[in-house]
Design a protein around this ligand. Structure first.
Ligand code: AKB
Length: 318
């Protein structure tokens, strides 16, 4: 990776991925793109940036050509809950954008990364220790998009020799940028509300286990996978990844170590709960560990300490 284009650069992952890639590969070698303009004082705006609607194929091709890219990291997509509210738009953006990015990779010989998700699984998938290769029959538009995306990554690798790499991200937890429209978002909101208000009302019910991962581990995983020896990668659709399997009461207990008066209550959102109920409790990450050295550093306690301290700093609390 020497000249990298990142789409969806103002999203939850993109925001931190741009910064990390610029540290590693040089600011001038990482072009951040998004459908929106960044805030002038944001980190993303401190290097090359271009407005790009990923459904505009001509503009994407032109951007890749003019920048002289050798890598594309395609992050632009709608998350699960919002995709379920606007399924046709989700198809247009998630699939249209992905096809354009894959075609750009084929045409300009780019190394390619895009994230899949635990949303690529469904209620007929084994829920515990979900294997790398298993039943994938999701019941959401987001899940349909992710399964199709995984298959397309494999197809472009086998048919056209594009160096496609992908992972199934769990819920990603970060203090830099709050996510929007995901089923796992409660696990980010809970930390912000703990610091701001000392209480949180969860839209996901107690006892609902889902995989999560701290953002630093997610960014490291992307870099590690992209730098890995391609000859050792057996799976070209997407690798299972997770840092922990948690449910809301576990997060409450971890927060109470620092905020003993923190209160958690529930106002379950049936739409997002019904999505969560079809996702695994915990997935098996052994293929990612074995094939390219996936090695997450954050468990729930370490993540909780880091999240609370960083949010306190950000909000000027304590
Ligand atoms: C979502 O909840 O939609 C995402 C995901 C797990 O893909 N965070």
């Amino acid at each position: 990776m020497k000249k990298i284009i990142i789409t969806g650069a103002l999203g939850q992952i993109g925001t931190e991925l741009v910064v990390k890639c610029r540290q590693l590969y040089g600011t001038e070698n990482v072009l951040a793109t998004d459908i929106n303009e960044p805030e002038a004082d944001s980190e993303v705006a401190q290097g090359p940036f271009q407005v790009l609607d990923v459904t505009d194929k001509d503009k994407m091709f032109k951007t890749v050509e003019e920048f002289g890219a050798d890598t594309i990291m395609h992050m632009a997509a709608l998350l699960s809950a919002v995709a379920e509210k606007r399924p046709m738009f989700a198809w247009e953006l998630n699939m249209g954008g992905l096809m354009n990015a894959l075609e750009a990779a084929r045409e300009y010989n780019l190394q390619f990364f895009t994230p899949s998700s635990i949303g690529a699984f469904g209620s007929s998938t084994p829920k515990v220790n979900t294997p790398q290769v298993t039943i994938q029959r999701p019941s959401t538009m987001y899940g349909v998009n992710k399964v199709a995306g995984e298959l397309l990554c494999q197809y472009y690798f086998e048919k056209f020799g594009v160096d496609t790499r992908s992972v199934r991200f769990p819920g990603l937890i970060s203090y830099v940028k709050e996510p929007g429209g995901g089923t796992t978002d409660y696990a980010v909101e809970i930390y912000f509300e703990a610091v701001r208000k000392g209480e949180y009302k969860s839209f996901i019910d107690k006892g609902t286990y889902m995989d999560m991962m701290f953002m630093d581990d997610a960014i490291d995983a992307i870099i590690k996978l992209m730098e890995a020896d391609g000859g050792k990668l057996i799976h070209r659709n997407a690798y299972n990844l997770s840092g922990m399997s948690i449910e809301p009461e576990m997060v409450k207990n971890a927060i109470q170590e620092y905020y003993p008066d923190f209160k958690l209550s529930y106002d379950v959102d049936p739409d997002r709960q019904s999505i969560a109920d079809t996702w695994p409790d915990n997935i098996d990450v052994s293929c990612a560990r074995a094939e390219w050295g996936f090695d997450p550093q954050y468990d729930l306690d370490k993540m909780t300490k880091t999240m609370l301290e960083a949010i306190e700093n950000k909000e000027g609390v304590k």
